[in-house]
Design a protein around this ligand. Structure first.
Ligand code: SAH
Ligand code: SF4
Ligand code: F3S
Length: 441
């Protein structure tokens, strides 16, 4: 029923978060109102992730909590959105009886209709994947309300089929969004006072739009957005090593407002494992891409994703991962134990043959290596000066502010009379492995 209040919570990646903003916009347009207070909600959406088993377990736990809420409030509707909805489809209706609505990532325009069906007491489901949907015409409701940074999805889906990964099955075909709509959204955000946008896609390097005359690729859209205003910072995620071109690196180097930070998931340092993962690059090609980043953008930070204990990984392969990390001197890393996902190539063709104990031990080695590298990287910044975009008050101390430098490192410094959204020059005095601590100059 129109006028009712909806609440939305998000699990998973930045793209899912960006989707929740699209859902919020579609719902508002349909006459519902967004609430940030769970207690007053008439409809609760849980936007879910399937990337690892643990991600799904967290959602299942959350659904149990919401079930007890429903007992106290019989008219409350719950909707399960996103990748888990897409992966499990109807099966969820049997397994999670308290869920009223199930909608996959390309079905959000249908939500008002699905709500009407659910309000009649029937289960409502739409998990059709589309080859075209990009939600280009939707003006997202910004849920991360610091008024400084915002996400813009520039493409959807993935067709890389890394053998361990569920995303091609939950998000469908790769499709790019009309560059005009991306440019307008970025421009509008800047005019509203936003200072930083992150362009999102599972593999932004393969962004492409149009034929010969209006052909736009990723460097071209970056170039266009960088020219909106030098005070608008631009970030992007994620880059696939096989497609990271020198042309893109030159574009970044040319514009000081494109942030000096590249996220380049390696996954493993062993060519044998990379091949089994269907990553389509070797250790050497990955190293070549790192060398190119360092050549074109000497002050660039590089972060990565690593998976420990993929099928057939030997101690030797694991050592190759550690040595690659050390060689690349990653500034930051997201590190995971391999989690077998149903229906992926790895689950149907390979045996998940590394014990949980070994996966954990190798993950621990990887985490320790990264902590050392992050600390070393931060140490090298002591004495340097950075332009920091202020995001808010530091969680640890009310008279300190926090923000990020171009390299995406968190910088904390004394408040004085600066505000959220200001650019402040900060000299670094101290550091931990996670934070740079400095003073405004
Ligand atoms: N599109 C991005 C990654 C998206 S998923 C890319 O290709 O780099 C984010 C990260 O989750 C991946 O980089 C990978 O490190 C991790 N991941 C994906 N599937 C996984 C699985 N089955 N088990 C463990 N980690 C996984
Ligand atoms: Fe998954 Fe690979 Fe696509 Fe990334 S590129 S989303 S890891 S299939
Ligand atoms: Fe998770 Fe789907 Fe993102 S599986 S990581 S929410 S694309």
């Amino acid at each position: 029923m129109k006028g009712e209040k909806f609440f939305i919570e998000t699990y998973g990646c930045q793209m899912n978060f960006s989707d929740s903003e699209i859902v919020a916009s579609l719902m508002t347009d349909a006459g519902y109102s967004l609430t940030t207070d769970l207690a007053e909600a008439d409809i609760i959406f849980v936007n879910t992730c399937s990337i690892r088993e643990h991600a799904e377990q967290r959602v299942r736990k959350r659904l149990r909590e919401l079930k007890s809420l429903k007992k106290k409030k019989p008219h409350l509707l719950t909707g399960l959105l996103g990748c888990m909805a897409e992966r499990l489809k109807n099966q969820l209706l049997f397994e999670e009886k308290s869920v009223d609505i199930i909608a996959g990532p390309d079905a959000y325009r249908e939500l008002p209709k699905l709500i009407d069906i659910a309000a009649e007491g029937q289960k409502a489901i739409n998990v059709f994947l589309s080859a075209e949907e990009t939600y280009a015409d939707i003006n997202p409701v910004r849920l991360l309300n610091n008024g400084v940074s915002a996400f813009i999805s520039i493409m959807r889906g993935c067709e890389n089929y890394c053998s361990y990964c569920v995303v091609p099955y939950t998000r469908g075909k790769e499709r790019s969004r009309d560059p005009e709509s991306i440019f307008n959204e970025a421009k509008e955000l800047f005019e509203k006072g936003y200072k930083e946008i992150t362009l999102l896609g599972q593999n932004v390097n393969s962004y492409k739009w149009g034929k010969t005359d209006n052909y736009t690729d990723f460097p071209a859209i970056m170039e266009k957005i960088a020219c909106i205003n030098p005070l608008l910072r631009i970030r992007f995620a994620t880059s696939h090593p096989k497609d990271l071109s020198d042309e893109l690196l030159k574009t970044i180097a040319k514009h000081s407002n494109i942030c000096r930070s590249v996220h380049l998931p390696a996954q493993s340092g062993s060519t044998k494992i990379l091949n089994k993962m269907n990553r389509k690059y070797t250790r050497e090609l990955y190293m070549n891409r790192i060398e190119s980043i360092r050549k074109f953008i000497p002050d660039c930070a590089i972060s990565t994703d690593i998976i420990s204990g993929f099928c057939t990984e030997t101690e030797e392969d694991h050592k190759d991962t550690l040595s690659l990390m050390k060689w690349a001197k990653f500034d930051y890393a997201y590190m995971f134990k391999y989690s077998e996902r149903p229906d992926t190539t790895a689950s149907t063709k390979f045996k998940d043959d590394i014990s949980d104990e070994i996966k954990s031990k190798r993950l621990q080695d990887i985490i320790e290596m990264q902590q050392k590298l992050s600390l070393e990287s931060n140490h090298q910044d002591i004495g340097k000066k950075f332009e920091v975009l202020v995001e808010g008050i530091s969680k640890r101390s009310a008279d300190h502010l926090f923000g990020r430098n171009s390299q995406n490192k968190v910088v904390v410094f004394q408040k004085k009379d600066f505000n959220t959204g200001d650019y402040v020059n900060v000299k670094i005095l101290r550091c931990t492995s996670a934070t740079l601590i400095g003073e405004a100059i």
